[in-house]
Each structure stands twice: as C-alpha cells, then as structure tokens.
Design a protein around this ligand. Structure first.
Ligand code: UGA
Length: 437
C-alpha cells in the first residue's frame, strides 16, 4: 500500500465549473384565452415579476436556510462520450486492482483517497454534487487535481437513483467508498434537513442501488467519532455505547450505522463503517476549526477558543489525512465480497465498524499555540464556554481493532501534520490571490 502524501504542496489553479441548470420544474406554462389584446402587456409584466420572484426565491436564497435548493440543481450526464470517460476512469490498471466508486470525491477525504487509489493502479470514478456548504472553488481545485491524475469526477447527487443505476450499468464496481455527506457538527443547528437529505436519504438511496447491482459491491463508508456523543468512557472503543448523540449530525451518522446493519442483514451487502476522528491536513475543510483558525489568525481576527465547565479542557484526537487514507485503503483491501445478487441475499456478509483516530488527544488551546508558532502570528483568543451547539468536550480513539484488522497505524503527530497543512495553506492562498472564505 503506497503512502498518499503527494497532494500536500500542489498549488492547483481553481477551475470554477459551470453548473448546468435545467429549466425550473416549478414553472408550468398555462394557456390563456385573451379577452382583449390590451391585457397582454400587463400579463407580460406580471409574468416577469413572477419569474423574478421564483429566481430570487430558489436560486439566490442562502442554502443554509433551504437545503432543498440543492436538490433543484440538475446535472447533465449520459451519452457515449460521458460513458467513455466513466469507463476509462474506472479501468483497473493492475492485475489485482479493484474498481471503486468514490462518492464525495471532491471533498477533503474523498480527494486524497481517490488519488491514492489511482496511484496504486485501481480504477476510480468520483461522484460529487459540488454543493456550496463551503467554498465550491476549493472543491473545483481538488477536482482539477484529480482530473490531472486521471480520475473523472461525475457531477451528481447520491440522491439521484437514475444516475447511480447508470453508473453501475456502465461499470461493475467491486467497491464503493462512500464519503459524500453533510459534514460539520455545529451547522446541524442551522440546516438540519441537509443532514437528513445527505446522510440518511442519500445513504439509503445509494444502498438501494448497491443491493440491486449485479455483482453487489462491497461498501466502505464514513461514520464519525461524534457517534460516541455523551459517552465518558475513554478511550472510545467500538464496543462502547453510542446511543447518546450530542448533535443531529452525530444522530444521522449513528442512523447510518443502523441502516448499514439492515442492508447487511436483508441483502447481504458487505459494509464497513469508519469512525473518523477530526481529520485534518492539506486540502482540508474550511468549516473546521484548524482551518478557519489559520485564516483568522493570519487576518488578525479574533478566534473563539472553547473550554469546558470550570475551565475544563476541550480536546480532540486530531488525525492526519495520510493516516486516514491508509485506514480507508486498509478497509477496502480487507472488505469481503457482498453475498447477495440482484437484490437477494445468498449468505451472511461482513459488517464492520472501526475507529480511525490518532490515540493522542490534544487540547484545542494547544492546537492554537502550534498554529501561532507555524504562522509566526499571535492569535487573538476569545476564551468561551463550550456553547450548547452539539460539540462534545473530548474525543479519544481506541484503535486496536483497526490496527489488528486493517493494519492501521497512525504515524503523524499534530505538530507535524499542521506544519504540512500550513505550508499547503500558505501556498494555496498565496498573496491573497484566492479568498479564504
Ligand atoms: O471527528 C469527527 O467525528 C468530526 O470531526 C470534526 O468535528 P470536530 O471534532 O467538532 O472538529 P472542528 O469543528 O474542527 O472542532 C475542533 C475543536 O475546536 C473547537 N472549536 C470549534 C470552533 C470554534 O470556533 N472554537 C473551538 O474551540 C471544537 O469545540 C472542537 O473541540 C468534523 O467537522 C466532523 O465532520 C467529523 O465528523
């Protein structure tokens, strides 16, 4: 298994793509009987006002308050040239290689995993809806990086059953690496339905298509350390209770684990859930603290550093992206085949869940001190009591199960990993040419 660290320093130009929008399905033409021709200008005027209203309402309103807006977007796919690209991207180039559909391929983890798979000769096809939860130009830049290494990222949504079916018709994927999700713990209070839409409805839609595929793929997917919720027993082991989620995000990931059980039980799908612990690194997510702390420290803007009751430490088991990639590849490589075919179970199938963490929690205040040293700028810290926003005070992974079964062994400490992140960040946003939003 090769290490994936080649994305670290790549300063890739942003290539904003074009969203292809079909005509709004909400607009139906109606036939009118004209009483008099003088009505025409009035009607034209009010039609324009109506259309402007529709446009402003559906396309300009912030997505944070209207998750359905995202599903209004339609994507163009299909046709011989498109199918050729799909086939070529998914073509296996080594004797023992696998063909993997990676959902969320333009996301942080998705990009790194896709590049690593491609590098070792596996067939990889990406899928991503390029939504605007965070700056889509960063997703486009990641896409450009993948395209250069031969990975085609299809633009589409995991809720689009017709698209997923088409993909399985064109390529008999052996594996699905399912990383598409609505991420972020705190945002769930702002936009709860986007979590249900992606993490529950989207996951079920994907599983429905996978269970009917022939052959059925083995599925590895991203759960989250947040499922441990209010659990206080540390380090967190897969055997610990996960029935007290502290955020809706955590609840949807936990629901995903239960849904995985169902599809494994009924249809014989091979399913492996990976509980990621606060993954960070180059090409990371701007909604995560280490990323926006970096941006704000460089701008001289104050940052809010949370602490627990009675000045209690808030800490995370921060895990570096290259370690996570190795865990993902280990999970794919050890995944057994699904046992069903054409929607029918033929025998018991593998069902697994693993912690992928770093096993050494670091206080958030230490994270800030490391960033100060790396950026050579003093942070303006606002120490705040941990808000009641879904955040838990502490995470710490027990990884013995992943170690034993996946050969997972993280090797990057926070200082080393943040150094790589800072180098990438400064290169990517150099001279303020790109706005770090
Ligand atoms: O491990 C996980 O399961 C989760 O890790 C992260 O969630 P989180 O650990 O909350 O990561 P951040 O949002 O980057 O927060 C890191 C730490 O900084 C703290 N924080 C965050 C924001 C802020 O303004 N100030 C602050 O002190 C948080 O309380 C937390 O302790 C990801 O955002 C989730 O998608 C992922 O599932």
């Amino acid at each position: 298994m090769k290490q994936m660290s080649h994305l670290d320093d790549d300063g890739v130009p942003s290539t904003p793509g074009k969203f292809k929008m079909d005509k709004s399905p909400y607009f139906h033409r109606t036939r009118w009987q004209w009483q008099s021709s003088s009505l025409l200008p009035k009607l034209a005027f009010w039609s324009l006002v109506f259309l402007a209203f529709i446009f402003v309402f559906f396309y300009r309103s912030p997505s944070s308050s209207d998750p359905s807006r995202r599903s209004l977007r339609t994507y163009s796919w299909g046709g011989p040239a498109w199918e050729k690209r799909v086939r070529s991207s998914a073509r296996v180039r080594t004797r023992r290689g696998v063909s993997v559909l990676v959902t969320g391929a333009a996301g942080f983890v998705g990009t790194h995993v896709s590049a690593a798979l491609k590098r070792r000769g596996d067939g990889v096809l990406g899928l991503d809806n390029f939504n605007d939860y965070y700056d889509p130009s960063l997703k486009r830049a990641r896409q450009a990086l993948l395209e250069r290494s031969g990975v085609f990222v299809v633009e589409g949504d995991i809720n689009d059953a017709a698209l997923l079916k088409k993909l399985f018709e064109v390529v008999p994927f052996t594996h699905v690496m399912h990383l598409a999700a609505q991420a972020g713990v705190r945002y769930a209070m702002e936009n709860p339905s986007s979590y249900v839409h992606s993490n529950i409805a989207g996951f079920v839609n994907l599983l429905e298509v996978c269970k009917s595929a022939n052959p059925q793929p083995a599925i590895v997917w991203a759960s989250s350390s947040s499922v441990y919720g209010l659990n206080t027993k540390v380090p967190f082991s897969e055997k610990d209770r996960t029935d007290q989620p502290a955020s809706l995000y955590a609840a949807t990931k936990k629901a995903g684990e239960e849904i995985a059980h169902t599809y494994n039980h009924i249809y014989g799908l091979s399913l492996t859930g990976l509980r990621f612990f606060t993954v960070y690194g180059p090409w990371g997510r701007p909604d995560m603290a280490y990323f926006f702390f970096t941006r704000d420290i460089l701008k001289g803007k104050a940052i809010s550093v949370f602490e627990g009751a009675n000045h209690g430490t808030v800490a995370r088991d921060f895990t570096y992206i290259d370690d996570i990639v190795k865990g993902c590849l280990g999970a794919l490589d050890t995944a057994e085949k699904s046992t069903g075919s054409g929607g029918k179970k033929r025998g018991a199938a593998q069902l697994r869940v693993f912690n992928l963490g770093n096993t050494s929690p670091v206080p958030v205040s230490d994270l800030v001190s490391i960033l100060e040293r790396l950026l050579k700028v003093k942070a303006k810290r606002n120490i705040m009591k941990l808000p009641r926003n879904g955040d838990v005070q502490f995470t710490h992974a027990n990884i013995s199960s992943a170690q034993r079964e996946l050969g997972y062994k993280p090797t990057t400490d926070l200082q080393t990993g943040l150094k790589k992140f800072a180098r990438w960040y400064l290169g990517y946003y150099k001279g303020g040419k790109r706005a770090a939003s």
